[in-house]
Design a protein around this ligand. Structure first.
Ligand code: MLT
Length: 406
């Protein structure tokens, strides 16, 4: 018999979203006719703009010809796509060699963990996107799960609550090698200010840590004074890796396309460029993103593509505003939904899973329990604003009717 990887055995539960899917399945077995509305996993619902899908089609057609066929592409991604990312999203401030195209930020996070190895210590916002902690556990960066405090020993949890405006009290955070930071934040919806990011970069510098800045929702920032990239902050190039994604920007959750940025200045303790190791990891574990996806990504970054993406983002943010209004009208403390398609709502009389079950049973709405993102998420539910308008409006009607009795 083969011994199970002991690190996998440390994961205390299934990954959050499959767990929710399981509960949904069980509910539907009991009530097969229920008209469930999912505001759970953040998955895009609007069709991809035809300006982009036309490029998929043309690229697929070309692949059927000798002239247009291509096999493996460069592991780091097509040069024209990297140039377009630098131009459209970073005002040409990035060297294209610092951009690595990938099949998704989740996959990039897993590969980053492999690059840093099992000895690296990590800090995460609490609550946070579960992939940072789970990949760290799988790598063996932590010892056992501590059920009393619902944390893994060895990971620094940085509580982000309404009381600290969802920005960690850095003076209380111990030094770690890696700091994960997501802004605009999944799940709380908080978008860090320029001043907060300056503090964060300074903190990483002082501690000689590497910051992994997850900017997957940057395109949802509505306030032009808020930074969209960590590299808008002076000194960030020496401490930060940034992750970006087409998933929520262009509806590519199924297409799969993302990027990471590793500046040339970023070094390990021994002076070795992080860039070189990241390149080595990518060329070993990955053969480049799909050429179809990259062609679509390139179209998305042309002026017409950018306008079409902006329309998608506006649509989801209108959904978010509708949801926000109903919670506010019922006196709930609601955060997010302004610079992110996620709302973070406090349910004062229930644990997160209790509130999840109540909404499921009473009004057939699926949410995501805040505690699934970390102990500081207890008592909150996250609502995703990705959804068809008529479903969001129906969800608002149901919430209106029942929120006061929850
Ligand atoms: C979420 O709901 O948090 C995201 O859609 C999950 C993901 O991006 O992997």
């Amino acid at each position: 018999m083969v011994k199970r990887n002991p690190h996998l055995a440390k994961l205390h539960a299934g990954y959050l979203f499959p767990e929710i899917a399981k509960r949904k399945r069980l509910f539907l077995e009991k009530q097969p006719n229920a008209k469930l509305i999912s505001l759970g996993i953040g998955d895009t619902t609007e069709p991809i703009p035809s300006f982009i899908t036309d490029r998929f089609k043309a690229t697929a057609d070309a692949l059927a010809t000798y002239e247009g066929y291509s096999g493996y592409g460069p592991e780091q991604g097509h040069l024209d796509l990297r140039q377009a990312i630098s131009k459209a999203l970073y005002q040409n401030q990035l060297d294209v060699n610092e951009i690595f195209i990938s099949d998704g930020s989740k996959c990039d996070i897993g590969r980053l963990q492999v690059m840093f190895g099992s000895q690296a210590s990590i800090a995460v916002q609490d609550p946070s996107y579960p992939v940072y902690v789970d990949t760290g556990v799988i790598m063996g960066q932590t010892s056992l799960y501590q059920p009393q405090i619902r944390q893994y020993a060895g990971i620094a949890y940085m509580p982000c609550r309404p009381e600290n405006h969802f920005f960690p009290s850095l003076e209380l955070v111990s030094r770690t090698d890696i700091i994960y930071f997501c802004s605009p934040n999944n799940p709380t919806g908080a978008a860090a200010t320029r001043d907060q990011l300056r503090q964060l970069v300074q903190f990483a510098k002082q501690n000689k840590s590497i910051l992994i800045y997850d900017a997957a929702y940057a395109c949802y920032i509505r306030d032009p004074s808020l930074p969209r990239s960590i590299y808008e902050i002076e000194g960030a190039r020496e401490v930060a890796i940034e992750l970006g994604s087409f998933s929520k920007m262009a509806g590519f959750t199924g297409v799969r396309l993302a990027w990471s940025i590793v500046p040339q200045e970023l070094r390990f303790e021994d002076g070795h460029p992080v860039h070189q190791d990241w390149s080595r990891i990518n060329s070993t574990f990955f053969n480049g993103a799909s050429n179809l996806a990259q062609a679509g990504g390139l179209a998305a970054l042309q002026p017409e593509g950018c306008q079409a993406m902006e329309r998608l983002i506006t649509f989801y943010m209108e959904n978010a505003a509708l949801l926000r209004q109903v919670f506010e009208a019922h006196g709930y403390s609601v955060y997010g939904g302004i610079h992110t398609p996620y709302l973070w709502v406090k349910f004062p009389h229930h644990t997160s899973w209790e509130a999840f079950e109540i909404l499921l049973e009473k009004i057939h709405i699926i949410s995501t329990p805040g505690s699934g993102f970390g102990p500081a998420g207890e008592g909150f539910l996250r609502f995703s604003a990705f959804g068809y308008r008529d479903r969001i409006e129906e969800a608002v009607r149901r919430l209106k009717k029942h929120l006061s009795s929850i």
